[in-house]
Design a protein around this ligand. Structure first.
Ligand code: LCS
Length: 415
């Protein structure tokens, strides 16, 4: 094999997305083979028992490890700058496996108040059911984390930029406070990918991804990834992953390895398209507010060039009017698809209050600022003029309908 370890450490991230973790292949296959197998044969009983006892390396059973998923684990760990990685069935599988491996009854966790809806459900319902205390705090003000910390605080969970409206958290500031209290910092880096943000540099102990999104990029897989120190990943693999079992299928790992190869060019195009869509939305009269890290007045700008190296491609915007207008706008789209998820080639649009963030209680939704007129668009890779033209015609139709209703005497309030 011509690639050696020294070369690898000097490679740029774009090169790493293609070559990271590559294993030599006996036939010289360019593309990683797919080991679509549940189990691995032992040549004799001594070999089998030695592998179970950890006295001999080698694969045993695909829930415990598989060469294809292993290649992906090494590649994502290299990209995030961590020693080790673990592949999971879904992003939620990654979050629950990474956290429950270190938590027990009576422990306390501090969580950012605006996060993906199912993460909220996990922390607010399931964790509580098992006696793990959770406080949700607005981490845009890091001092709130200090106030929430207790002697029993074992983990601090950050999502930045946050789903759905791109709140930004200063990872380094929160990590300093968490580490003073001996708590592990776990960052959900799904919206940025390691090409735009490497939370380890800001002090994260563990990074997780929904690999369903940009990392795979083609909308054909649900998967999750965890990166961390060797001991932490070993602990996760040996406990929550092995015994609760939310591990990744080798076929999904193979698809993500394929998707990752184009991550750099895809992110460039995603970000360029998103900036143009955000600029369009800012000047659209029916839009009250646009939340997008790439806009000059967004709080993300303070961390651009240090924590963040790009805007990402998720935009949230607040419509004038009410939920009826939000529905009208989405229902009038032709090219843009009404669907949850993000990071795909296709531009996807959704209504967080009734879709991704419906697991929130109405009070928690109000506290997190997820209103009925908030819309989230995950900008894809299409020609941006086509995306904007579709939005334009949908706004025009929603506006036309509004006028008709006004003529019919309905009271509509446009601020
Ligand atoms: N973390 C973030 C930031 C997410 O946005 C999601 C899913 C997850 C974790 C969970 O990943 P999964 O288990 O789905 O692979 N976010 C979704 C969204 O915004 N729309 O649909 C799913």
């Amino acid at each position: 094999m011509r690639n050696n370890a020294n070369q690898k450490s000097q490679w740029q991230p774009a090169t790493m997305t293609i070559h990271g973790g590559k294993q030599p292949d006996q036939h010289g296959a360019l593309v990683a083979p797919l080991y679509q197998t549940a189990t691995f044969a032992f040549s004799n009983t001594a070999e089998g028992s030695a592998r179970f006892a950890g006295e001999q390396s080698g694969y045993i059973y695909s829930r415990l490890g598989n060469p294809t998923t292993n290649e992906l684990e090494v590649r994502i760990a290299q990209l995030e700058g961590f020693p080790a990685g673990a592949a999971c069935a879904t992003g939620m599988g990654a979050i629950s496996a990474a956290m429950l491996a270190f938590l027990e009854q009576g422990d306390h966790v501090v969580v950012a108040d605006a996060i993906y809806g199912c993460s909220f459900a996990l922390f607010s319902h399931l964790f509580k059911k098992f006696g793990i205390q959770v406080d949700f705090v607005d981490m845009t003000e890091p001092q709130n984390v200090r106030v929430a910390m207790r002697d029993s605080t074992k983990m601090v969970f950050i999502e930045t930029p946050a789903n759905p409206h791109l709140k930004i958290i200063d990872i380094a500031a929160v990590a300093t406070i968490a580490h003073e209290g001996q708590a592990r910092v776990i960052v959900d880096n799904t919206f940025m990918t390691p090409l735009l943000q490497q939370p380890r540099k800001q002090g994260a102990d563990i990074v997780i991804h929904s690999a369903t999104k940009f990392l795979n990029g083609h909308g054909d897989v649900v998967a999750g990834l965890i990166c961390g120190g060797a001991e932490d990943i070993e602990m996760i693999k040996a406990t929550t992953l092995k015994d609760m079992g939310a591990t990744m299928s080798p076929h999904d790992a193979w698809l993500i390895l394929r998707g990752l190869k184009t991550l750099d060019v895809r992110m460039e195009r995603h970000c360029q398209n998103a900036v143009k869509v955000a600029e369009y939305l800012v000047q659209q009269p029916l839009v009250r507010e646009v939340y997008f890290p790439g806009l000059p007045d967004h709080p993300a700008q303070r961390l651009m060039g240090t924590q963040m190296h790009g805007s990402g491609a998720v935009i949230a915007f607040e419509l004038k009017g009410d939920i009826h207008h939000a529905r009208q706008l989405l229902d009038n789209l032709n090219l843009i698809t009404i669907a949850v998820s993000l990071g795909d080639a296709e531009t996807l649009i959704q209504h967080p209050a009734s879709m991704t963030h419906s697991p929130y209680t109405p009070e928690a939704r109000a506290r997190a600022g997820i209103s009925d007129t908030l819309i989230r668009i995950a900008v894809g890779l299409e020609a941006v003029d086509d995306i904007i033209a579709d939005l334009e015609q949908a706004f025009a139709q929603a506006f036309a309908t509004t006028k008709t209703e006004q003529q019919q005497g309905e009271t509509l309030t446009y601020g």
